[in-house]
Design a protein around this ligand. Structure first.
Ligand code: ADP
Length: 542
């Protein structure tokens, strides 16, 4: 027997309609290229979205056409998200930190018809535009007065486009399974691969992400998404905030700037934010140096790479609860979240430190398992390490225009490329990327845990651990460190003894190398492939 419930398509358009009707006066504040504090509300934002949608219609785009963005987090980027998806096109967000060859590759692979870009990225595009055959126009996201000079043809001013188009538009009825957005993985090996989100997956992820144990977004929140809208849809915040009716505060190109972040938090009374560990380091360094506080801030979600305990403990001193989360582009991105900070009184201080650094339990909607080399499921005992597999309605079932995906198995699970343990309560701890694991004497060492411990040393700014060949153990860990004293070296013996009692003795790195800088990927992660290349001739001392 079938249920008797309305079959209403789950679309991004419904999020827009809801926010416009019920939270029209809720504010959106952005740092944009032409205004350090642009302020308006959802009603005005979605009025301008209709102007853009009319512009698309004038360009005779066909449903499903890809329209790209190369932009920071601000109100114009938000408008472009909604205008593209709700009018039936696909919003293809491009990470400007990718190499120019990768940008050319993905613009061509996606066959983008128009590209919206911030003026900051015009010179990047000037260098590559003649290699992007499908692109019919480049829209610079600024006012007519500030339009930069360029020799490129088909360049359009964003604000002129809004002015010239009517704000009356009849939104099409969309199939909930049609594509709404596209984001390419950074492609550390091979070409970047496109993850194509549907309206349905986006709406379901929005419900999941808003839940109290996930991002916990409500109408009384003021949300500062520091995670970029050019990578995995800023962890879904551009959908969660309008859906919940939360005020949005967007940092524009200042997302790595501690003083701007502190000013935005204090001026706009930000209650919650989301970002990768590096941005939190910038904010905390600024607070430490300036003596400022962030009194309105209650919660930050940290993910994208492992969050060191030292960041969590420093946030504690400002009264801010850190929530460790894990996910990936292929998962829209939220997979797990660790809200234990909300009930820390249940734990002893040591137990709390141990539990809060894992990435928590799956958000309802996401299922997980760990498997061994033969694909057999491993026990959830907190010890067994295995390849982490996931499934769920907001996890990709394949890559855009890629015939065979090795990561997708026939039984419907997606292999994340991460190695993890799961304990009896279902708490997941990410040990490593599969390609980064260190195997010493046949046993695995978690480079993430060793790095986390090293970062707790008061003189260590950033740490990375890689495996190097060893005649006896097969592989041993080599620690690479950037010290706070910019390149200043510490005694190796002293650093090694720092680990004693904190991690298993045989996990302690055999040697330490001091560098001025650790290389990062376009998404801000430690680039282990490059580190392994830099230290390819390294030999452990006898
Ligand atoms: P890209 O695929 O472009 O590198 P993603 O953001 O999709 O970027 O990266 C996902 C990967 O980032 C995960 O598979 C995992 O290895 C890592 N990651 C994400 N969050 C965490 C976390 N909290 N702890 C450890 N690793 C994480």
């Amino acid at each position: 027997m079938k249920g008797l419930m309305m079959d209403i398509p789950l679309t991004v358009t419904s999020i827009m309609h809801h926010a416009e009707r019920f939270s029209g006066k809720t504010e959106i504040v952005s740092v944009s290229n032409d205004n350090p504090r642009h302020k308006y509300n959802y009603k005005e934002a979605f009025r301008r979205v209709r102007c853009l949608a009319n512009a698309f219609q004038g360009w005779k785009l066909i449903q499903g056409d890809r329209v790209a963005t190369l932009a920071w987090n601000d109100h114009r980027h938000l408008e472009t998200y909604y205008a593209t998806s709700c009018a039936g096109y696909v919003c293809h967000t491009i990470n400007p930190r990718l190499f120019p060859e990768q940008i050319i590759y993905i613009i061509n692979h996606a066959a983008d018809s128009y590209v919206f870009l911030d003026p900051d990225f015009l010179s990047l595009i000037e260098d590559v535009s003649d290699q992007c055959a499908h692109v019919r126009g480049w829209i610079v996201m600024t006012s007519s007065e500030l339009m930069p000079k360029t020799n490129m043809s088909n360049v359009i001013c964003y604000e002129t486009l809004i002015e010239e188009n009517s704000d009356e538009f009849f939104w099409p009825e969309l199939d909930e399974n049609s594509a709404c957005a596209l984001c390419y993985t950074s492609g550390t090996t091979g070409n970047p691969k496109g993850v194509l989100y549907s309206h349905r997956s986006t709406v379901l992820h929005t419900y999941g992400a808003m839940m109290p144990d996930a991002l916990n977004v409500s109408s009384s929140d003021v949300v500062l998404p520091i995670v970029p809208m050019f990578h995995v849809n800023a962890w879904g915040t551009p959908y969660c905030c309008p859906a919940a009716g939360a005020k949005m505060v967007m940092p524009g190109n200042k997302m790595g700037d501690g003083p701007t972040l502190a000013a935005l938090i204090n001026e706009e009374k930000v209650t919650t934010s989301a970002g990768v560990p590096t941005v939190w380091l910038n904010l905390l360094n600024h607070l430490r140096a300036s003596g400022e506080t962030v009194d309105s801030l209650k919660r930050v979600t940290v993910g994208g790479s492992a969050c060191p305990l030292s960041i969590m403990e420093e946030f504690d001193s400002y009264g801010v609860d850190t929530r460790h989360a894990w996910g990936m582009t292929e998962m829209s991105p939220l997979g797990t979240s660790n809200p234990t900070g909300a009930h820390r009184e249940q734990y002893s201080p040591d137990a709390f430190s141990a539990i809060r650094t894992n990435v928590g339990r799956p958000i309802y909607g996401v299922d997980v398992k760990i498997v061994d080399d033969q694909g057999l499921e491993l026990p959830w005992d907190g010890d067994a390490f295995g390849a982490l597999k996931v499934r769920g309605p907001w996890i990709c079932s394949g890559y855009y225009e890629v015939a065979n995906s090795e990561a997708h198995s026939e039984d419907g699970w997606f292999e994340t490329g991460d190695v993890a343990t799961i304990d009896a309560q279902g708490f997941v701890a990410i040990t490593d990327r599969t390609k980064d694991v260190i195997k010493s004497g046949g046993e695995w060492i978690s480079s993430i845990e060793v790095e986390n411990c090293a970062t707790g040393h008061p003189q260590v700014a950033e740490a990375a651990v890689i495996g190097r060949p060893h005649p006896k153990w097969g592989e041993r860990p080599l620690l690479i460190v950037v010290t706070l004293g910019e390149g200043e070296e510490l005694p190796v013996g002293e650093l090694k003894s720092y680990f004693e009692g904190k991690i298993a003795k045989w996990w302690i790195p055999d040697d330490v190398k001091f560098v001025a800088e650790i290389p990062h990927t376009a998404t801000g992660k430690i680039q282990k492939t490059k580190l392994r290349d830099i230290f390819k001739d390294y030999v452990f001392p006898e």
